[in-house]
Design a protein around this ligand. Structure first.
Ligand code: PLP
Length: 381
C-alpha cells in the first residue's frame, strides 16, 4: 500500500464516517513535505533528520523524497530502518556511547560521522573506525536554560574536556567537528548562541579549525501551553548570527531536528470511553501510549473537542481529571484538561501537532497503545 496516498480528506471527515473506537493517528504527507522544504530552504547547511522521534517508513520516505539526505541515528536498527527506505542516505551516528559490536556494524554500513563525549569512547572509535574520510564530532554541554528538559544530564563533555577530545580527534587523523544539543523543545534561541560561542572558544583553545559544527535538534513545536514558541526562521537567524560573530572561518553547519520536522504532520484522535459518575474522563489512550510525553513536558493542549457526529463542542470549559485506559494509576494526564462541560461518552478529542515522540514511545501495556493509521489530504479545515 502506498502510505503517502491520502485516503480521507481530513480527520473530521474520517471520524464522522468511521466512528473509530480505537485511537487514530492521522498523517498528512503534504504537511511534512512543507516542513522539510522549510528546513532545507532556511537552514544554511546540512539538514539531518533525527529519526528517533518518529521512525515510520512514511516519514522517512516522504522527507527523503523532498531532499533530506542525511539522518541522525542512534543504533544499528535505526541505521537499517533508514537504509531500507533511502538506500543512499548518509548516516550520522550520534549516540556517543556504543558497544564494539555496534561500532563494527556502523563501519560495515559505511557510517562516516560519529559523535563522542568521553576519552574511553573516543579511544574505542579510534581503535575500530578507519580515520580516512571520517568525522568525529565532540559533543559538549553547558548549563543553559530554555529547553523542556536537560539533555546535558546524560551526554556531553565539559568544555575543558572537549578541548582535549578535539585535539585527540585531529591527532588520530579524523575530521574534527563539534556538536551539541540544547535540549528538546528549546524555546529560547539564545541557548544556541551561547553554545555556538563556547564551541568557537573550545576549537580555538584546541588550536583546531572545525570542519563542521552540528547545532543539534531542539527546535520547538507549539504544544498549546501559551508559552511563546519562536518561529524556525527566528532560531536559525540567531544561529547564523552567532556563527558569523564567533568564527573567523565558518564551519559547515549541520542541524538535526526531530520534533520540529515531524510534529505538525500528524493529528491524533482519541475517544471518550466513559464519563465516570465522579466526573473523571476516561480516554482510549494515555501515558503508556501516544501521550507518554505528557509526564515530561505537560499535556499537549492543542485539542479540538468533537461530538460523536464530528460537530465541534464549543461550550463552557470545566477542568476534569483525565485518565488513560490502562489499570495503572500513573495513567493520568497531569493537571487534567479543561474540557467542554457537555463532553460525553463517545465524543472525540483531536490533538494537533502529534507527530513527534508519540508512536515511538507508546508501549502495549494492558493491550493498548497501538493506534490505527489514516493518511489525510489536510489536517485542518
Ligand atoms: C533526540 C536528538 C535529536 C532530536 O531532538 P529534537 O528535540 O527532537 O529536535 C537530535 N540530535 C540528537 C543527538 C538527539 O539525541
Amino acid at each position: 500500500m502506498d502510505l503517502s496516498h491520502p485516503i480521507c480528506l481530513d480527520p473530521i471527515d474520517h471520524l464522522r464516517s468511521a466512528q473509530p473506537d480505537l485511537p487514530v493517528l492521522y498523517f498528512c504527507p503534504e504537511a511534512l513535505r512543507a516542513t522539510a522544504r522549510r528546513f532545507l530552504d532556511t537552514f544554511p547547511g546540512v539538514v539531518s533528520y533525527a529519526i528517533k522521534c518518529n521512525d515510520r517508513d512514511e516519514v522517512l520516505a516522504t522527507i527523503a523524497a523532498e531532499g533530506v539526505q542525511v539522518f541522525d541515528v542512534a543504533s544499528p536498527p535505526e541505521m537499517r530502518a533508514v537504509r531500507a527506505v533511502a538506500p543512499q542516505a548518509v548516516l550520522h551516528y550520534n549516540n556517543p556511547v556504543r558497544s564494539r559490536l555496534e561500532i563494527a556494524e556502523a563501519v560495515r554500513l559505511n557510517v562516516r560521522s560519529y559523535s563522542v563525549d568521553s576519552v574511553s569512547e573516543l579511544e574505542k572509535l579510534i581503535e575500530l573506525v578507519p580515520a580516512e574520510g571520517t568525522e568525529i564530532a565532540v559533543r559538549f554541554k553547558l548549563q543553559v536554560e530554555g529547553a523542556a528538559y536537560d539533555f546535558g544530564a546524560k551526554f556531553g563533555a565539559e568544555p575543558k574536556m572537549a578541548v582535549a577530545l578535539l585535539r585527540r580527534v585531529v591527532e588520530a587523523g579524523f575530521e574534527p567537528a563539534m556538536t551539541f544539543h540544547p535540549g528538546t523543545q528549546c524555546t529560547d534561541p539564545e541557548a544556541w548562541r551561547e553554545y555556538i560561542s563556547v564551541a568557537a572558544r573550545v576549537a580555538e583553545d584546541a588550536g583546531v579549525t572545525l570542519a563542521r559544527l552540528n547545532v543539534g535538534g531542539g527546535f520547538p513545536a507549539d504544544r498549546g501551553t501559551g508559552e511563546h514558541v519562536p518561529q524556525l526562521e527566528q532560531t536559525i537567524a540567531v544561529i547564523e548570527d552567532a556563527v558569523a560573530t564567533n568564527f573567523a572561518t565558518a564551519p559547515v553547519l549541520v542541524c538535526e531536528p526531530g520534533r520540529a520536522m515531524v510534529a505538525e504532520s500528524y493529528a491524533l484522535a482519541l475517544r471518550v470511553k466513559a464519563m465516570r459518575s465522579d466526573g473523571a474522563v476516561f480516554l482510549n489512550d494515555g501515558i503508556y501510549g501516544t501521550l507518554a510525553e505528557a509526564l515530561l513536558l505537560g499535556t499537549l493542549k492543542r485539542i479540538t473537542y468533537l461530538g460523536a457526529d464530528g460537530t465541534p463542542l464549543v461550550g463552557e470549559r470545566v477542568n476534569r481529571t483525565v485518565f488513560g485506559p490502562t489499570c495503572d494509576s500513573v495513567d493520568m494526564l497531569p493537571g487534567g484538561l479543561d474540557v467542554p462541560a457537555d463532553l460525553a461518552e463517545g465524543d472525540h478529542l483531536l490533538f494537533h501537532g502529534t507527530g513527534a515522540y508519540t508512536v515511538v514511545t507508546a508501549c502495549r501495556f494492558n493491550g493498548y497503545g497501538d493506534p490505527q493509521n489514516v493518511t489525510v489530504a489536510q489536517l485542518y479545515r
